[in-house]
Each structure stands twice: as C-alpha cells, then as structure tokens.
Design a protein around this ligand. Structure first.
Ligand code: SAH
Length: 230
C-alpha cells in the first residue's frame, strides 16, 4: 500500500479517476479513497490547505492504512529564481518556515520534541521521482529544500527571507507537515511539487491560472513512478 496526499482536489483528481476497485472511507473530516492505481495498492486523500490539516490527514492515513511510503504532491510557489511555472521540485528535506522559538535560543525552524529543523525525505523515493520527472518534456526538475508554512507567500521580501534562511527552493503549505507525521511513525516520505507561481506580486493570479496545469504535471510523474518496474 502506498499513500498519496494532495491539499486540494485538483492535485489528485486525475489519480482518483485512474484508480480502480475504489473504496471510500471517511474518518473525521478526511475522506480516503483506496484501490488499485497502475497495478499498485494505493490510498489517496485531499488533506486541505495548511500544516495542521496535512499532519492530521497524514497521521490518520498512516495509522489506518499502514502505507509503505507516503507521497505529498501538488503545487508550490517558486523561491529559486531559476524556476519557471510548471517546473518540478523534489524535496531533499522540508522545513516549517513559520516555526520560530528563537527567543528561547532555538534555531529558526526548530521543531521541539522532534528536535529537527529539516524533516528528511526518503533517498530511494527521491531517485524514483527524479527519474520519472525527468522523462516529462519541457519541464526542468530540481531537488532541494521545500519550505512549508501557514501562509500563501506572495511578497518578494518574504520569499527572499525564506530562501536565504532555509536555502529553500519552493514554498507551500503542507509538505513539512506530512514529512513530520511520517517521521513520527518511521514511514518513508516523498514530496513532489510543480510550480504554479513565483511567490511574488503576481502569485494570486498565476496560482489561479496555472494550478491545474502544474497539478497535472505532478500527477503525471506519479503515474510514471507507479507504472515503472518495481
Ligand atoms: N482556499 C484556497 C487556498 C489555496 S492556498 C484553496 O483551498 O484553494 C495555496 C495552496 O497551493 C496550498 O496548498 C499551498 O501548498 C500551495 N501553494 C502554491 N503557491 C503557493 C505560495 N506562493 N505560497 C504558499 N503556498 C502555495
């Protein structure tokens, strides 16, 4: 069983339509759709935007379905100036950029109890995602830190601060929370994001215009990963 989480319906709806032998289950406010996806047992969920929604959904998925790995897919704002709309970023690690207990002497982004700033992403899964993404035409693929927080980032100075503080390539609102839940339960995690906007003044409009396209790119990569020989 593998688990796939998107924040918004558009980020997983193609995969939902490609799934067969579907079974739907509601747990609290999350709906899980399980079945066969390109020959593999899989479970899909829309977690909703933000870290708490994502962490709750990921933890429920892990405890209920015991996936061998969990993948968070969807769109993100580009923080690295090389990124163009539609390009792919595979997380090497994920940080919670709005976690700040620096007045107590902690490093910025430090998550107490867990004792980490960077939540790791699984190396083998990263390689599989990269190979599949590189097969897509006209899309550049990067690996780097993804920064997660409970805000839509559209101010260039905020984007620059997050990029410089964490070495972040992209900003979004769920990845590090999914990675956090996975880390807690010892489940390998992957994060794959396609760029919908540049995390700048145009982001509101770009997000509306390009989210469907960017979401298709990420789901296309998942199809290639699952269809490839295991
Ligand atoms: N109420 C809206 C909220 C969208 S928030 C809705 O539910 O449709 C934006 C979503 O896209 C988040 O899930 C986030 O992970 C991602 N995202 C894309 N561009 C972003 C940016 N510039 N900053 C933060 N998150 C971004």
């Amino acid at each position: 069983m593998i688990g796939i989480i998107g924040a918004m319906p558009v980020e997983i709806e193609t995969l939902v339509s490609q799934m067969t032998e579907k079974h739907e289950e509601r747990l609290g406010t999350d709906t899980f759709v399980s079945g066969k996806l390109f020959g593999r047992e899989a479970v899909l969920a829309v977690c909703g935007c933000g870290k708490v929604n994502a962490a709750l959904c990921a933890q429920q998925m892990i405890l209920r379905y015991r996936p061998e790995w969990v993948l968070n897919i969807g769109v993100a704002g580009g923080a690295d100036p090389r990124l163009r709309i539609g390009d792919m970023v595979i997380a090497s690690a994920a940080v919670q950029h709005d976690m700040d207990t620096t007045p107590m002497g902690d490093p910025i982004g430090y998550v107490s109890k867990i004792g980490l700033v960077e939540f790791p992403c699984d190396g083998a899964l990263r390689t599989r995602l990269r190979r599949a993404a590189e097969a897509l035409p006209e899309v550049a693929v990067y690996e780097g830190v993804i920064a997660t927080g409970d805000q839509f980032v559209n101010r260039p100075e905020v984007t620059a601060r997050i990029r410089e503080t964490f070495g972040a390539m992209a900003v979004e609102m769920e990845g590090a929370a999914v990675a956090h839940a996975c880390y807690t339960h010892g489940v390998p995690c992957g994060i794959l994001r396609s760029i919908s906007d540049g995390a700048n003044d145009d982001s509101g409009m770009d997000f509306a215009a390009f989210t469907a396209l960017a979401s298709r790119h990420a789901q296309n990569v998942v199809e290639r990963v699952l269809s490839a020989a295991q």
